[in-house]
Design a protein around this ligand. Structure first.
Ligand code: SF4
Ligand code: SF4
Length: 414
């Protein structure tokens, strides 16, 4: 018996044509959506990718995107995310191989390679499904308070699960009906095929329906990726790879304001951010790890780093004034502790974003007049009261305020 993949098993040629038409439409919608987002990023100030740092970035990429080390701090969720990500990557590569085999007329899916291919994909597909179902349970059971409970989050998970199940159902019917002597190389599909023998719902006559619904769901997924937070599947690894590698606590260089004549450097409007900063907000998975460690948020203040990132991402369509969607209070409350940057699994640098916006809001909103006067006095006279430096201690006269004695360094090394 010849060992090879029969991609369009029991599918009429008319249906195959529709398959290609719909696949083309889904890819075009995807490309349009991605281009639309790409254009928005490029409305920001141009910042070039630092290719000279790419070696450092690759190390960073291996750690964060491949080994997913930051996600492993929450072990069950980290494991689940790895199962989904690795499963998704394997299924994607598997689909590309089918495409090459079928449409480029390069018969690679045959013989031993095909058997190994079937086995590997079956196992990774199973990991993908188990990870997704566990994720659904954790989200639905509200076992992680940091997770948002939007309807779309559930819909995405259900869509992925249905696609995974659809793949196994079509494989199970195919194996049940074609009696291949190498069917055991697809252990999950083979197990299902034993259940489908003599089934009224899963048989050669209903195969086209399961095959078509599986394909349609996959096309819907492809088309919606760039219009939803699923875009992070692409932008998260991209951001980890090309964003400047920074250690926690490093502050960004100043962000130059283009097109106006103020001598300050700041972000007052949306497109004062750099293209890389705008893109980085699209990498947000809304996981809430940053919120979980933010001292401002934990102490009940307005600031929540996830909200800052999401607000920039969701308002990117116009060159809006930052003050129209992020309050000066939120910006003021950041202590620059960098706990959010340290926690973020996709290398978003909240501090750079917040500091840039803070500069943009100074002095109009952030500083009250007294604070501004104090800073000016400090700058000119090193005395917050605005009088001479020699009178710095005058305010304490008669108040019995203890004054620290001057430190005398007696060490020999000095
Ligand atoms: S740097 Fe600012 S936003 Fe980030 S955790 Fe610290 S206080 Fe919160
Ligand atoms: S900014 Fe990072 S840590 Fe915060 S929600 Fe987004 S991905 Fe998660």
């Amino acid at each position: 018996m010849e060992i090879r993949r029969d991609t369009f098993w029991n599918i009429s040629s008319d249906m195959q044509i529709w398959f290609y038409i719909l696949a083309g439409v889904a890819c075009l919608v995807f490309l349009y959506g991605f281009y639309r987002r790409f254009k928005l990023w490029n409305k920001g100030r141009r910042e070039k990718v630092q290719w000279k740092n790419i070696k450092d970035n690759l190390k960073h990429f291996l750690k964060l995107a491949i080994r997913q080390t930051k996600l492993q701090k929450d072990k069950p969720v980290g494991l689940m995310h790895k199962m989904i990500a690795y499963g998704f990557a394997a299924l994607f590569i598997g689909t590309v191989l089918v495409f090459i085999d079928e449409d480029f007329n390069l018969p690679i899916l045959q013989g031993t390679f095909y058997l190994v291919y079937e086995f590997v994909l079956d196992i990774f597909g199973l990991l993908f499904l188990v990870g997704l179902i566990a994720f659904l349970i954790i989200r639905g059971g509200k076992f992680r308070k940091r997770m948002l409970q939007g309807k779309m989050d559930y819909l995405f998970l259900i869509l992925f699960i249905l696609i995974g199940i659809g793949g196994y159902v079509t494989e199970g019917i195919r194996l049940a009906e074609s009696n291949l002597d190498y069917a055991q190389w697809s252990p999950v599909g083979y197990g299902l095929s034993r259940l489908f023998v003599k089934s009224k719902l899963f048989n050669i006559d209903t195969y086209w329906f399961w095959w078509l619904s599986h394909a349609l769901l996959a096309f819907i997924l492809i088309a919606i990726i760039p219009f939803t937070k699923l875009l992070h599947i692409l932008t998260a690894p991209l951001n980890i790879l090309i964003s400047p590698v920074k250690r926690t606590g490093d502050f960004d260089a100043m962000v130059f304001l283009k097109g106006d004549h103020r001598d300050r450097i700041a972000v007052s409007n949306m497109y004062d951010f750099t293209n890389m900063q705008l893109m980085s907000t699209d990498a947000c998975t809304e996981c809430g790890r940053c919120d979980n460690v933010c001292p401002a948020r934990l102490s009940g203040k307005d600031l929540a780093p996830r909200n800052i990132v999401m607000k920039i991402r969701d308002n990117m369509y116009e060159n809006k004034a930052i003050s129209s969607f992020i309050s000066a209070e939120e910006l003021k409350q950041c202590t620059n502790c960098a706990a959010c940057v340290e926690a973020c699994p996709v290398s978003i640098n909240h501090i750079d974003l917040i500091l840039a916006m803070r500069r943009g809001a100074l002095p109009e909103e952030l500083l009250n007049p007294h604070a501004e006067e104090t800073l000016v006095n400090l700058d000119f006279d090193q005395n917050i009261w605005g009088s001479a430096w020699s009178e710095r201690e005058a305010w304490a006269e008669g108040l019995n305020v203890q004054v620290l004695k001057k430190f005398k360094n007696t060490s020999k090394e000095a």
